[in-house]
Ligand binder design. Structure first.
Ligand code: T4K
Length: 368
């Protein structure tokens, strides 16, 4: 039986490299609440990512919930149905009505040309996703936001380290939210962060993730416990030492897939665009009609060979029971997303995926 190959596997540094960090934590007994590793990781991430202010979180879902709270968003928020369910869940947790808008067929990101038609007097913000780390059309989105006085919160869970023509993609919009989950390019086991443009917003967010405490006796808002622990922050500091190598290795795997699949009829590889600095977080294909197998038949065939690709993002968020009833969830409103969800597949990509394992995946795709 072949060894299983998963869509991803977390990068882990040599265990012995983590021991000095653990000794330090055992020594000073600061386990959480903004300890020294937490503060150091915030600083080092700002430098690495090219952003000004960052607030670490326990995960990206709580960070999204907090980002909306920080900007006092209510009413309706325009978002994409083509994402992980946490994007829209963060709206429901704030009592906000999600309004789904269709996606662009090339990038599978929110289609700016469809946003304006969905704006009502209740619309307060746009929450786009840089899906698979491919930057949204940030300029077009900002133009609409400025015109209608809307906030923009980017779900940048996939976009660690991504740079577009004007530097870090994380500097666009009012806030951006990263995920450091085990399955992400940069992981702290669990973790996340909010990128803020100014110190005032960062400190407000820092209070919100600590129950709303401003000082020992003052609670300014009904905040949550969203703090990252010292263990996760220490691990992040170590991960940061290895991140460039990890992204380099992902780049090689991406290149090998593109080369091997370029002549396979009916397989379209997404996001080949080389004008941006990518993180190669996902390798996404669309299985078109010309391919001898349907997407689901291919998915099952891979599984029979112990290759566990994933259909991110199928089903669409708008198909889940808590969203299905919304007028904007109608498939006729979401033609491109509906089609993409039927065709998409994410192939295994992670630094430890060796050539032999990648060839097993490629062989099956080439044979059809
Ligand atoms: N916004 C977007 C756009 C997101 O994609 C996500 C998360 C969020 C927000 C929320 O971020 P967090 O709150 O999680 O920080 C996974 C992840 O759990 C989720 O974080 C991620 N997106 C989503 C796209 O994928 P599943 O249900 O597919 O994960 P799971 O457990 O099936 O893992 C996939 C494969 O990874 C496994 O088959 C094996 C491998 N794996 C996984 C884990 C957890 C490992 O090898 N080791 C591990 O520890 O959701």
């Amino acid at each position: 039986m072949n060894k299983p190959i998963y869509v991803t596997q977390p990068s882990l540094p040599p265990l012995e490299e983590f021991m000095p960090y653990l000794h330090k934590i055992w020594e000073n007994k600061i386990l959480t609440n903004g300890g020294p590793f937490h503060q150091q990781l915030e600083k080092e991430l700002c430098d690495y990512l090219g952003v000004k202010y960052i607030s670490l979180f326990a995960n990206a879902t709580i960070a999204l919930v907090t980002a909306l709270q920080a900007l006092r968003i209510t009413g309706e928020v325009i978002t994409t149905p083509y994402s992980f369910v946490a994007t829209a869940h963060s709206l429901l947790w704030n009592g906000i009505k999600p309004v789904f808008v269709d996606i662009d067929p090339k990038t599978l990101n929110l289609d700016p040309s469809k946003i304006e038609a969905a704006i009502t007097s209740q619309t307060k913000a746009i929450m786009p996703v840089h899906c698979y780390g491919q930057p949204c059309d940030v300029e077009a989105i900002q133009k609409i936001a400025d015109m209608y006085n809307l906030k923009v919160i980017y779900d940048a869970a996939h976009a660690f380290g991504v740079k577009c023509h004007c530097g870090s993609v994380l500097n666009h919009g009012d806030l951006s939210v990263l995920s450091f989950h085990a399955t992400k390019v940069f992981n702290t086991f669990e973790g996340g962060a909010i990128i803020s443009p100014d110190a005032k917003t960062k400190y407000h967010i820092d209070h919100l993730k600590n129950f709303g405490f401003v000082d020992e006796v003052t609670v300014a808002a009904p905040g949550i416990n969203g703090k990252m622990s010292e263990l996760n922050a220490a691990f992040g500091l170590l991960q940061l030492k290895h991140i460039d190598d990890a992204i380099l290795r992902r780049n090689e795997i991406d290149r090998t897939y593109r080369e091997a699949l370029k002549d396979v009829k009916g397989i379209t590889c997404l996001n080949g665009n080389s004008s941006i600095e990518k993180n190669y977080s996902y390798f996404t294909i669309l299985v078109e009609d010309e391919y001898p197998l349907s997407r689901d038949a291919l998915y099952e065939k891979l599984k029979d060979h112990a290759i566990f690709a994933r259909r991110y993002f199928y089903p669409l968020i708008s198909d889940f029971p808590m969203y299905r009833g919304l007028p904007s969830s109608s498939p006729s409103n979401l033609n491109v997303a509906t089609n993409a969800a039927q065709r998409v597949m994410c192939l295994p990509i992670y630094p430890d995926l060796n050539r032999e394992a990648q060839n097993r995946v490629i062989d099956i795709l080439q044979k059809g």
